[in-house]
Write a protein that binds this ligand. Structure first.
Ligand SMILES: CC(C)(COP(=O)(O)OP(=O)(O)OC[C@H]1O[C@@H](n2cnc3c(N)ncnc32)[C@H](O)[C@@H]1OP(=O)(O)O)[C@@H](O)C(=O)NCCC(=O)NCCS
Length: 186
């Protein structure tokens, strides 16, 4: 049977939403959680369109909000499948916020959602391959491979650090940190 492939553009998804006062935090800016929730929905739409299946969010990378989003701004999310493994897909999401009155557009963040397609038994299932039609798409695919490698080595290194870490509050390790150790009586 011939393997199924789909173009990146087939599942590219763009969603815009106006930031209403109900989305604001006590400081008057939009809650980070509102943006994350919107990003998750867009990632789902993009991934499930590519997969032709139900998908779950497995991991989210690089959530750094570079600029606050204000009430009244229009947030637009551009989602694209950057990479496919066997059952997993990495969806890149670029978020911009526009103030129509001021005529400004700001890039608030770009994040990467790892989504996995599942079959009717809840098991990971193979997704179609990706047809890369532009150099930019090849670059994103290769970047995703590199990001996966870096993430794996970071995970391994962090595990090793945790095993070796000596929890000796009196040691010099906390010397230049802004904390004090005061053991609680239990
Ligand atoms: C992620 C999950 C599907 C992995 O299931 P599993 O039985 O261990 O399956 P596998 O080991 O075959 O992994 C499936 C794919 O997920 C990928 N994966 C698993 N854990 C991952 C992680 N932490 N980060 C990135 N990818 C991951 C694997 O690399 C594999 O990709 P591939 O098929 O493209 O090679 C399973 O743990 C799960 O369902 N988690 C809950 C997800 C969920 O419900 N999310 C909603 C938020 S509550």
């Amino acid at each position: 049977m011939e393997e199924d492939y789909k173009e990146v553009r087939y599942s590219q998804t763009t969603v815009s939403e106006l930031m209403i006062p109900a989305y604001a935090n006590f400081g008057g800016k939009i809650h980070g959680g509102i943006l994350l929730s919107l990003m998750d929905k867009v990632a789902y739409a993009c991934a499930s369109k590519h997969a032709g299946n139900y998908c779950v969010t497995v991991s989210v990378d690089n959530v750094d909000f570079l600029e606050p989003v204000e009430v009244g701004e229009m947030v637009t999310m551009y989602a694209s499948v950057n990479y496919v493994g066997k059952s997993s897909m990495i969806v890149g999401i670029k978020v911009i916020a526009e103030d129509f009155k001021k005529g400004t557009v700001k890039h608030t963040n770009t994040s990467y959602f790892t989504m996995v397609a599942k079959n009717e038994n809840g098991k990971p299932t193979q997704v179609p391959g990706l047809i890369l039609e532009r150099k930019e798409e090849v670059k994103r695919f290769l970047e995703a491979i590199k990001r996966k490698e870096l993430k794996n080595s970071y995970k391994k290194e962090m595990q090793a650090v945790r095993i070796k870490l000596l929890v000796e509050p009196e040691s010099n390790m906390l010397k230049n940190e802004r904390c004090i150790f005061r053991e609680a009586e239990r």
